[in-house]
Design a protein around this ligand. Structure first.
Ligand code: PLP
Length: 386
């Protein structure tokens, strides 16, 4: 048994810690597809790497440990993880999704699972009364994000989990933005957590990966079957990279929060900013709920650029802050949700949920916070058209 209980230590020593055979402090990269068997029906726990690989298993036990779940699963991308989880459902089932759910999650439901008769309904899940009213006999799951991308709307996860239990349906949280360092939905009562490991967990914008964690043996068995059957697994080297990234998640996230809070406070006062969305600002929607279910507001913020500024010039004027999709890396990234990350969501829905044309999202990196602010300031100056 380990003698630590804090998440900071778990990030480094959780799951399978090092290699017992050699004393290596890191889990080796088992770059193998198959395993020599001692005889018919006799093996050392591994037969074929789609089914199981020691490096991937180290990562899977680590994420299960961090989220406080029964079992973890590693996939080739966040979308592969979400697709595997959605494969738990069947024709006729309906999934409720948050109105600001990740664009790719919307797209896979709308354009892929729809073909198999699994339907979805977009619901403003931050309003629990609306959520509960939308549950009918076909609804088999509620899939939420909190904070939800890109205007960082907050949903009360504990209450959603209670509603799920009351109606005997599964609750699923995409925990990509918060990570288990800040928020552990399974401890709040939900059944399944999914992650894009590409973002904060990997942390260096050098990897595409996905994870899922379940809260019961029954779900673990079903998801293991789906993972092995559909085969969207994470490779050994990428599993190693993700384990390596997770070790520094705590220190990185602390710095992301410090920087994001600073930038949010500064942007709030800026004449070029019409509205700002950051869960760390006391006036933000769901501030108290977010405070109660997380240990920090994270490193993502969005703002609406005032019409007096040219949005194209703004993006083109930035120097080291890169215009790019994705988030959660050490470097600051900026994006235009309506044409980039959320372009797959129809225009009318985008307008309804606040993804307007002048909305800008920043993944605040861990560079010096004054340098980040200076880069933004000079872009405001250059893009001003009065
Ligand atoms: C990026 C992202 C995903 C998809 O993950 P990939 O690794 O790109 O497949 C899912 N959910 C959220 C919230 C994301 O930001």
């Amino acid at each position: 048994m380990s003698n630590y209980s804090n998440i900071d230590s778990k990030l480094i020593h959780g799951g399978i810690d090092g290699d017992e055979n050699t004393g290596a402090v890191n889990v080796p990269i088992f770059q193998t597809s198959t395993y020599k068997q001692q005889g018919l029906g006799k093996n050392k726990g591994y037969e074929y790497s789609r089914t199981g690989n020691p490096t991937r298993q180290a990562l899977e036990s680590l994420i299960a440990d961090l989220e406080g779940g029964v079992a973890g699963f590693a996939f080739a991308s966040g979308m592969a993880a979400t697709t595997a989880v959605l494969s738990l459902f069947k024709t006729g089932d309906k999934i409720i999704i948050s109105s600001n759910v990740y664009g790719g999650t919307f797209r896979v439901l709308d354009k892929v699972f729809n073909n198999f008769g699994i339907t979805y309904e977009i619901v403003e899940t931050s309003d629990l009364a609306i959520l509960e009213k939308s549950i009918d006999a076909d609804v088999k799951a509620i899939f939420i994000e909190s904070p939800a991308n890109p205007i960082l709307s907050i949903t009360d996860i504990k209450e959603v989990a209670l509603i799920g239990k009351k109606h005997n349906i599964l609750t699923i949280v995409d925990n990509t933005f918060m990570t288990p360092y800040l928020q552990r939905p399974i401890e709040l009562g939900v059944d399944i957590v999914v992650h894009s490991g590409t973002k904060y967990l990997g942390g260096h914008s050098d990897l595409i990966a996905g994870l899922a964690v379940v809260n019961s043996e029954e779900l673990a068995e079903r998801l293991a079957f789906i993972q092995n059957s559909t085969g969207g697994i994470l490779q050994p080297f990428d599993s190693f990279l993700l384990i390596r990234g997770i070790k520094t998640l705590g220190v990185r996230m602390d710095r992301h929060i410090e920087n994001a809070l600073f930038i949010a406070e500064e942007l709030k006062k800026h004449p070029g900013v019409k509205a700002i969305y950051y869960p760390g600002l006391p006036e933000s929607q769901g501030y108290e709920i977010n405070k109660s279910q997380t240990s920090g507001p994270g490193g993502m913020l969005s703002f609406e650029l005032d019409e007096k500024y040219n949005i194209h010039k703004f993006f083109e004027s930035l120097e080291f802050i890169s215009l790019a999709e994705s988030l959660g890396g050490v470097e600051s990234l900026i994006c235009h949700p309506s044409s980039m990350t959320h372009a797959s969501i129809p225009y009318e829905i985008r307008q309804k949920v606040g993804i307007v044309e002048n909305l800008i999202r920043i993944s605040v990196g861990i560079e010096n916070k004054k340098d980040i602010l200076n880069d933004l300031e000079q872009a405001f100056l250059k893009s001003y058209e009065g």
